[in-house]
Ligand binder design. Sequence first.
Ligand SMILES: Nc1ncnc2c1ncn2[C@@H]1O[C@H](COP(=O)(O)OP(=O)(O)OP(=O)(O)O)[C@@H](O)[C@H]1O
Ligand SMILES: [Mg+2]
Length: 183
Amino acid sequence: MPQDCTFLLPQAHSTQRLGEALGEMLPAGSVLLLEGNLGSGKTTLTQGIGAGLGIADAIVSPTFTLISEYLDGRMPLYHLDLYRLDPAAVEQLYLETYWEGWEKEPGIMAIEWPDRLVHRPDRYLHLTLQFQDLAPQPTADDSVPGRSAILRTVGDWTLDWVKIQQMLAGSSVKLGGAAGEED
Ligand SMILES: Nc1ncnc2c1ncn2[C@@H]1O[C@H](COP(=O)(O)OP(=O)(O)OP(=O)(O)O)[C@@H](O)[C@H]1O
Ligand SMILES: [Mg+2]
């Protein structure tokens, strides 16, 4: 079974759609580390997860609140943006209380700027967003490149890659290849 999969996301809506599929299929207790430069689409993807969970509240960037909790969906969504924090400050947040399920109801935890983390859960999903000119020909607006996303499982984790690909079939999200394939 492949441990990672690349998706091509030509428009912002594609990023949202990938998030939506994850929100629909991920089990409670999932931790998603969202890597990618400024403006690469981490919050957009999280908004999609919220939609997939049936969360009606608007999901906005938690840059100043650090942790936003959305509790009106199928399960909680915990959205974190660690950009402004250094690892010592992140340690003080005791984020393991979320992923160990000690104090918080298990849900989906989406963490922007996870390079600030001192500790990581034993198993998690890692998603890397990159800017990419996906158009075969120069487009009318070259200033808006699409993105690619590499989704990878880390630790003892099995993701149903076939299911996620089926969920995205017919959408603007295209498959960019999976590790483990012969070619
Ligand atoms: N696949 C895509 N193609 C084109 N534009 C996209 C794509 N995905 C997201 N965007 C756009 O990129 C912009 C930045 O998105 P977003 O705020 O989600 O990025 P971010 O990674 O959370 O940024 P930050 O690092 O500041 O938190 C938004 O205008 C969004 O609509
Ligand atoms: Mg963001």
